[in-house]
Write a new protein. Structure first.
Length: 116
């Protein structure tokens, strides 16, 4: 299996996000308690993104016949069916990193409610 991902880029994304989000909230000694789950989240995210892109190509003719909302519903259902998990929030680790300060307080203070 070919690896399309440069590990150093993934590591940099995770540490940069951690530094942006965690600074002044946690001690550096507490970072591993946050970083390890972020690594897992990033790995799961990578699998979901790859599967979604694969399905978009496979279902291209079917998806082109329906509106955007229906396309998302079809893709989300297929991804969930094939890999048993999916992110329907539209947020990725990279997007959270780009949000910087505005994300910091939402990320820490707002627990996930389990709904989109």
């Amino acid at each position: 299996m070919k690896r399309d991902t440069d590990i150093s880029q993934e590591v940099a994304l995770i540490w940069n996000t951690a530094n942006d989000v965690l600074r002044d909230i946690f001690q550096r000694t507490e970072y591993p308690d946050i970083i390890y789950p972020m690594v897992l989240i990033r790995r799961i995210e990578g699998v979901m993104i790859a599967k979604t892109e694969q399905l978009k190509k496979e279902l291209e003719s079917q998806l082109s016949k329906v509106d955007k909302k229906t396309q998302e519903q079809i893709l989300n259902g297929k991804v969930l069916q094939e890999i048993k998990f999916n992110n329907t929030s539209g947020k990725t680790l990279a997007i959270l990193a780009d949000e910087g300060e505005s994300c910091k307080f939402r990320f820490i203070l707002t627990p996930h409610s389990g709904t989109s």
